[in-house]
Design a binder for this molecule. Structure first.
Ligand code: HEC
Length: 111
């Protein structure tokens, strides 16, 4: 809803990233998360995180715990069965400051 977005007055970030063709309006944290996702994840995961990517699986319903363990430490929560086996994804510990934003994004786009 371009009209709604331009009316919020939240600034350039919203204008640039919040009103794209993807539809749902995201919180500011989720918009930052989307930028981090596009920059760091879509080499392997699908541009739409609810769909399977070439290498990485879809990420809807990813818990905060799973996200932190997998992204920062290349681990899974104990008892969790990974959607895909392999361990092909490296740890990305430099994304620690982005984790909350990534989580907000994945939560808000989940069906
Ligand atoms: C080099 C390719 C690659 C990159 C880059 C990558 N991933 Fe992955 N990801 C994978 C693969 C392959 C798997 C499944 C096997 C595994 O765990 O390595 C996976 C699994 C995951 C899982 C676990 C899914 C589940 O429920 O089983 C999460 C969460 C995840 N990735 C999040 C991310 C996020 C967030 C980013 C960006 C910050 C990212 N990945 C970047 C390849 C990648």
């Amino acid at each position: 809803m371009r009209l709604w977005c331009s009316a919020t007055g939240l600034g350039l970030l919203v204008a640039l990233t919040g009103c794209g063709p993807e539809g749902p309006e995201l919180s500011e944290a989720a918009q930052r998360g989307r930028s981090a996702y596009v920059a760091n994840c879509i080499a392997c995961h699908a541009t739409d995180p609810t769909k399977n990517g070439a290498l990485g699986p879809e990420l809807s319903g990813t818990s905060r715990e799973l996200l932190e363990l997998r992204v920062l430490h290349a681990e899974y929560p104990s008892g969790y069965t990974p959607k895909r086996p392999g361990g092909a994804m490296p740890a990305l510990p430099h994304l620690e400051p982005k984790l909350d934003d990534l989580y907000a994004y994945l939560s808000e786009v989940a069906p």
